[in-house]
Design a protein around this ligand. Structure first.
Ligand code: GLU
Length: 623
């Protein structure tokens, strides 16, 4: 990546786009400042323009309206797309001042911690893909939370039975050792041109005071009952939840950010901030100690990939199941040539549903943290295995019972090997050892993405698991703690059982798709296990159906896993929903699925187009 000495970008003194606050004002600013894209404008040369294709269903103006609600921008120089306008503006400011994509992405992450404390932050973790244009290499900075040394496979059991999920989510045992701040640090050291203290300033301002927007306000309303006292004092002072339009003040968070600016990330991983984390986790029944924070590190990994049509989809490897499962879904579907049908048709929907069901059955059976269990990487994507599994799809079967896993291990060399859970004695040995588990050299959630003038790109999904995570704010420090360890299976025995130091299985799927070896688009979304199908459907919309970017984002989505029910968005045309019901599927419509942020590159001109989903909102900022 290019290094630029124009430092101190976005310093604390700079004001932040936050004060242009009301939604309509922000919209007005956006319209004045940026090219308002349309699917037609987005057609460019990478994909044919199909925005005006005839709709076989219902009102074309509804479809047009959905596409227009996707926020888009174009630019030759740089692009940011995130779920919050203030964060996108801050990221664009960093690019404008000469920072690169990683610098800007780190600034976006800190800003999101302040304005969307319910979706991500330094109390959480995630997965960050970085395309380094200079090296022409793609890396994954895996900052998934880890179980503490004291975690045990049965920690979510009571009297031999799983603790009910709604009780599990606020336990101290649910809190994983956070990785987000370490990712910021390591990514800057490896790929960036700025220090954290040059990038955290705007977030300090926002933590000092920011407008409560619809997403934050409605989430506080829904989630405030799980807050601990510290969180309540900030988001529901005096017991009254902050409302949309109120101002949220987070002085403790601002002070924590100041401390990080002064002391570096050691404040959390080796200092007082980390001690406060361990204290509150233990008060809530967890085992985390300062040593757990001291031992945490990210890994830098090689992304998973799959060839699909004329593109290569490169995405997050285990411990996110996202990459392997997307690869599996696309591989199962490829021979069916989806593009021959109407995108919103019973045919395509049935093909998607059946492929999703098969892939999720194997996901549940075989996937876990790759540092602890082996997954059948080759078997899952082996052509003969795929043929065997596709038989149900080919026969037109309508799967209404829970789909069963196959046996991919019989299609590849070797057999599964799982590391045994550590005993208490082992734990003390490991504590003294020089972090043997860290290696892999080079190796409710938000997604954001950045591209810079040099062609570097970041695709980063960041999470504290549920909205407001565990509901536990670190007293005196002002940030929410994740409840990511609820992504482990509560019942021991499978590849995703709890083990000390292990990372729970994720579905997050930051992705960058390449054509002819060059980046074509970034994509990712929040949404728990639905992330996988949302990202796969984005690839399908763009590659099989040749949609413009806004059209691909707007397109109604469908989710299914191995269980019997299937989940179309309510916007899936009624005739398609009726057709699926007639086939025998049990439909459970969702209002919306995911919140995609994506940037596409015109491979001829290098121009970027960004698109931000309307489902939970967001903003693209081009330079
Ligand atoms: N914790 C989830 C995962 O890593 C993401 C949560 C969400 O997006 O709602 O898969």
């Amino acid at each position: 990546m290019v290094h630029d000495d124009n430092r101190r970008v976005g310093s604390r003194e700079q004001s932040v786009g936050e004060n242009e606050s009301t939604d309509s004002e922000r919209g007005e600013t956006r319209r004045r400042t940026f090219l308002k894209g349309s699917a037609v404008a987005l057609g460019a040369s990478a994909f044919p323009v199909t925005a005006n294709r005839a709709s076989a269903h219902g009102d074309e103006s509804d479809e047009r309206d959905r596409i227009d609600r996707v926020d888009t921008a174009t630019s030759d120089e740089g692009m940011v797309a995130s779920s919050d306008p203030r964060a996108s503006t801050i990221g664009a400011d960093v690019l404008e001042a000469g920072g690169n994509a990683v610098d800007a992405a780190v600034a976006v992450q800190f800003a999101l911690n302040a304005v969307q404390p319910h979706t991500s932050g330094i109390g959480g973790g995630g997965f960050m893909l970085v395309y380094d244009a200079g090296e022409d290499e793609l890396y994954s900075v895996d900052n998934r939370e880890r179980a503490p040394f004291g975690a045990t496979p049965d920690m979510f059991l009571e009297d031999g039975e799983p603790i009910p999920f709604d009780e599990r989510i606020t336990l101290g045992q649910a809190v994983g050792v956070p990785g987000t701040l370490k990712a910021c640090d390591i990514a800057l050291k490896r790929f960036g041109t700025r220090d954290i203290d040059d990038l955290i300033g705007p977030a300090i301002d926002l933590a000092g005071g920011a407008r409560v927007d619809y997403y934050l306000g409605s989430t506080i309303e829904e989630e405030h009952e799980k807050f601990n006292d510290a969180a309540r004092a900030v988001f529901a002072p005096g017991g009254t939840p902050l409302d949309i339009g109120d101002r949220v003040e987070q002085p403790d968070l601002a002070a924590t950010f100041e401390t990080i600016a002064e002391e570096g990330v050691g404040a959390l991983y080796k200092g007082d901030v980390g001690e406060a984390v361990a204290d509150v986790v233990q008060e809530n029944g967890g085992s985390m100690t300062p040593a757990d924070l001291g031992a945490y590190n990210v890994t830098i990994d090689t992304p998973e990939y799959v060839e699909y049509g004329d593109v290569t989809v490169r995405t997050q490897p285990l411990p996110s199941s996202g990459g392997l499962t997307i690869a599996h879904i696309l591989s199962l579907l490829e021979p069916f040539d989806l593009g021959q049908y109407d995108r919103q048709s019973v045919e395509v929907s049935q093909l998607l549903v059946e492929a999703f069901k098969l892939a999720y059955a194997d996901r549940g059976e075989y996937m876990g943290d790759k540092q602890f269990v082996d997954a059948p990487w080759q078997g899952l994507l082996d052509e003969e295995y795929l043929d065997e599994r596709r038989a149900t799809i080919e026969s037109g079967e309508v799967t209404t019972e829970t789909q069963q896993p196959g046996d991919p291990w019989s299609y590849q060399p070797g057999s599964p090997y799982a590391i045994d859970p550590l005993t208490v004695d082992d734990v003390s040995t490991i504590r003294d050892a020089p972090r043997p588990y860290i290696p892999s050299p080079r190796g409710s959630t938000t997604h954001f993405t950045v591209a810079d003038d040099d062609g570097n790109m970041v695709s980063w999904t960041s999470t504290i698991e549920q909205l407001f995570g565990s509901g536990i704010m670190v007293p005196g420090q002002g940030f929410m703690l994740n409840n990511e360890l609820t992504d482990f299976d509560a019942e021991p025995g499978g590849p995703n059982e709890v083990q000390p130091l292990k990372r729970p299985l994720s579905s997050t799927s930051p992705t960058i798709v390449f054509r002819d070896g060059k980046p074509l688009f970034t994509v990712g979304s929040p949404g728990g296990t639905t992330i996988i199908t949302t990202v796969a459907e984005m690839v399908i919309n763009l590659v099989d159906f040749g949609m413009g970017l806004a059209e691909a984002v707007a397109e109604p989505r469908l989710y299914a896993n191995s269980e019997p029910a299937i989940y179309p968005e309510a916007s899936v045309p009624e005739d398609v929903q009726d057709g699926l019901r007639e086939l025998g599927y049990e439909l459970s419509p969702f209002t919306r699925l995911g919140n995609v942020m994506t940037i596409r590159v015109d491979q001829e001109t290098g121009e970027y187009t960004g698109a931000a989903d309307f489902r939970n909102g967001g903003l693209t900022r081009g330079l």
